[in-house]
Design a protein around this ligand. Structure first.
Ligand code: AHG
Ligand code: MN
Ligand code: MN
Length: 338
């Protein structure tokens, strides 16, 4: 028999309660008696960062912080003013939290050791891409923030050694999308939850629990301008997809493209190119966290024919080719690679 909770006069049931991100995390932690609350501290810092970044972005044109700086980041990419601002916001929010041992960012050459252990609890590393798709900013396009949370390896010889963990080791991962609304998507390894910022009360509210990616969806998302420099297998896949009625959707922000695929189905690809033979996207703070979300929602994420999350990273800014999305669509790509 189905257990139906009683309805109030308004027609709502007790299951229609409003749940904030913070309430959700606290409730999750209660399931694990050994949990210390550290996790909720870290996630609340990420939620605060997202609110501040979203606010800065909405006012960017007015406050004249669009456009690029005269500096490149360590990867030789021109930094946008907001890349630097978002990075500073994350560092300021995370740097004061007692559960954070190390932070590492796309915008910084090396990971930062927040504080050496003094016997207190400093057990997590937080890795992030402060603004993903930042070249979209000047044209009001969608951008996001991506994060990955790893357990701090106390035996590691250096901060970098501690963060060079396979994606399977992630304790949590997620992203914030600054679109027509601000969305926070999170996994702690038991499915995917989605929250939307209600700006009037300043809280992320749970809008969907146990998000599941559609098994298939006839959309591919890839920079087709690079097509001639893709390995042959990807070109065969594109020929096949185009002769089978697929649509193309590509925004230039992985977060936006993968979010659409999470909800609607399809496949996102960033294959190796002649310019970037290992792929362009960074493994630790772009591809691994998005791959964990996709897998936790029932999708697949591969690099060539290998599962992304099982690939061993060798450096903080390591690049990796990737293909992720609906399981059937990833299978279609992989069968053309052989
Ligand atoms: P970032 O803005 O953090 O450097 O990331 C941009 C990434 C990713 O979001 C996007 O999918 C890809 O770069 C776009 O690259 P191309 O312009 O080469 O397609
Ligand atoms: Mn990025
Ligand atoms: Mn970025």
């Amino acid at each position: 028999m189905v257990d139906t909770p009683p309805r109030s006069k308004s027609g709502l049931t007790t299951r229609d309660n409003l749940t904030t991100l913070q309430t959700h995390i606290l409730a999750e932690e209660q399931k694990y008696p050994e949990a210390s609350g550290t996790f909720s501290w870290i996630l609340s810092a990420l939620a605060l960062s997202a609110k501040v970044i979203a606010d800065k972005m909405r006012r960017a044109r007015i406050h004249d912080v669009l456009g690029s700086l005269d500096s490149d980041n360590v990867q030789g990419e021109r930094q946008q003013k907001l890349d630097v601002i978002a990075n500073e916001i994350l560092l300021r929010c995370l740097g004061t939290r007692s559960g954070v041992a190390i932070v590492a960012s796309e915008e910084d050459e090396n990971p930062t050791l927040i504080q050496r252990e003094t016997g207190g609890e400093r057990p997590y590393c937080v890795l992030f891409d402060p603004l993903d798709g930042s070249s979209n900013l000047d044209t009001c396009g969608t951008v996001g923030t991506i994060f990955s949370i790893l357990r701090h390896d106390r035996r590691a010889q250096s901060p970098e050694a501690s963060i060079l963990q396979k994606g399977t080791e992630q304790a949590a991962a997620g992203y914030m999308l600054y679109g027509s609304s601000t969305v926070f998507v999170l996994t702690t390894g038991t499915g995917v939850s989605m929250f939307v910022l209600d700006p009037s009360i300043g809280s992320f509210l749970l809008v969907q629990q146990n998000v599941r990616i559609p098994a298939a969806g006839k959309t591919y998302s890839v920079n087709e301008g690079n097509r001639q420099s893709f390995p042959q297998g990807y070109q065969r896949y594109l020929d096949w997809a185009q002769s089978n009625g697929y649509s193309s959707r590509y925004s230039g922000a992985m977060v936006a493209d993968v979010h659409r695929i999470l909800l609607r189905g399809g496949v996102f690809l960033y294959p190796p190119t002649k310019k970037s033979p290992e792929g362009k996207l960074r493994q630790l703070y772009e591809v691994n966290p998005m791959a964990m979300i996709i897998e936790q929602a029932g999708g697949k994420a591969v690099s060539g024919t290998t599962r992304v999350l099982e690939s061993q990273p060798k450096a903080l800014h390591q690049r990796i080719a990737c293909c992720m999305g609906s399981p059937d669509e990833v299978d279609h790509v992989v069968r053309h690679l052989g």
